[in-house]
Design a protein around this ligand. Structure first.
Ligand SMILES: [Cu+2]
Length: 127
């Protein structure tokens, strides 16, 4: 039942976000903007969405929101020199340029046991 409520809340948030973004202009080609939120469910902490996909060479901007009651959590993509700590209730922005195509791990450098994510970098489609 608890999980069901969590999923309902999460789904409605996704729908609300989708609405909010309707009026906004799409980002310029080659720039990708994400919002990723750290949730805590029972004892599990996770940045969601857990996987983001971009093209090689993209300018990536991620807004990290720490929604957990437990405290500071980290967001690190070692391969691109990204390592940032986000305080409870705060939002932090991080920028980097996507390098070679591949699948790169995302993790909390402060608590390695937390569920990690993945950055998927795709080859640029030929135009
Ligand atoms: Cu953490």
């Amino acid at each position: 039942m608890k999980l069901f409520i969590f999923l309902m809340l999460f789904t409605s948030q996704v729908i609300a976000n989708d609405h909010a973004h309707h009026d906004q202009k799409a980002p310029a080609a080659g720039k990708r903007v994400f919002t990723i939120v750290n949730y805590e469910y029972e004892t599990t902490k996770q940045w969601l969405p857990g996987m983001i996909a971009v093209y090689e060479g993209d300018e990536v901007e991620i807004n990290l929101i720490n929604n957990t009651p437990s405290g500071v959590h980290g967001f690190a993509i070692k391969d691109f020199g990204v390592q940032i700590s986000v305080l409870k209730g705060k939002t932090q922005k991080v920028n980097f340029t996507a390098g070679k195509p591949g699948i790169y791990p995302i993790h909390c450098h402060l608590h390695p046991a937390h569920i990690g994510g993945q950055l998927l970098i795709l080859e640029k489609p030929k135009s």
